[in-house]
Design a protein around this ligand. Structure first.
Ligand code: COA
Length: 261
């Protein structure tokens, strides 16, 4: 049987997508990118899935970036399609109307860091390391690294990370806002991510989707356009059953039970 390069599991409304090439630090080749795309699509379509977790198999890597073994001799024309596949995947992850959590369990370099940045929330274990080492290969980030990194950590810090190719540890990534939380071990990371996912799975699905759209829109557009967009989607939440339930539960002093409608 051929190796399954990405694993997919659904439990209690939470889909876990695991990059599964641990011997190669979960490097992203064409098959991995295609399988990731398919499993994210499966999770998006499945109404029972409320939250998606992206992680890497093993104890060393989330993903060590694009598979460099495919690079020798590749020219500018030939690299465009695989790079576009990586960029499209990052845009697709961002567009999914469900929270996507990156559980960064080790090395997140190059495309691995870029995939993590396309997720909504990043939790990391203490052994995690982040970086955009492409410059050391004579190239630059190509799955959105020069675009998302400065938006997350600021232009000056992003330039330092991209120009030097240096790696940063989990605590430094936390300090500069690249990750939301750091856990002492991989086990603790998965427990913490599971608890966050379970919490988000209970939140009203339509409101989560619209909040994600509005936050993403604000990340890209002007203040004025973003406020107009927020006003539209804010109003939409008032047509949902979940809004009636959430408000009634507050007034009746009980816990809300959302139907994600
Ligand atoms: N592409 C292809 N293979 C990779 C890889 C990548 N991005 N990253 C790691 N691997 C492979 C190594 O070639 C090695 O394979 P081998 O055992 O068949 O020789 C295996 O994973 C283990 O890597 P190794 O370098 O021996 O482990 P290490 O602990 O010394 O270093 C890294 C780990 C991740 C720091 C190092 O492998 C590395 O710098 N990888 C490249 C990261 C990168 O430049 N990413 C951006 C690509 S555009």
């Amino acid at each position: 049987m051929s190796e399954q390069v990405v694993l997919y599991e659904v439990s209690n409304g939470i889909a876990t997508i695991t990059i599964n090439r641990p011997a190669k630090y979960n490097a992203l080749n064409t098959n991995v990118r295609a399988a990731l795309n398919d499993f994210f699509a499966q999770a998006e379509k499945d109404d029972s899935v409320r939250v998606i977790i992206l992680t890497g198999a093993g104890e060393k890597a989330f993903a060590a970036g694009a598979d460099i073994t495919g690079f020798p001799g590749l020219n500018s024309k030939e690299v465009r399609e695989p790079a576009k596949q990586g960029q499209d995947l990052s845009v697709y992850i961002e567009s999914i109307g469900k929270p996507v959590i990156a559980a960064v369990n080790g090395i997140a370099l190059g495309g691995g860091c870029e995939l993590a940045m396309a997720c909504d929330i990043r939790y990391a274990s203490a052994n995690a390391r982040f970086g955009q080492p492409e410059i050391l290969l004579g190239i630059i980030p190509g799955y959105g690294g020069t675009v998302r990194l400065p938006r997350l950590v600021g232009l000056g810090r992003a330039k330092e990370i991209v120009f030097t190719g240096d790696q940063i540890g989990a605590d430094e990534a936390f300090r500069i806002g690249l990750v939301n939380k750091v856990f002492e071990s991989i086990e603790a990371l998965h427990k913490g991510v599971g608890e966050l996912a379970a919490k988000l799975a209970e939140r009203p699905g339509v409101a989560i989707k619209l909040a994600k759209q509005s936050l993403n829109s604000a990340w890209q557009k002007s203040l004025r356009d973003s406020l107009a967009y927020e006003l539209d989607v804010f109003c939409q939440t008032f047509d949902t059953e979940d809004k009636e339930e959430g408000v009634a539960a507050f007034l009746e002093k009980r816990k809300a039970t959302f139907k994600h409608k």
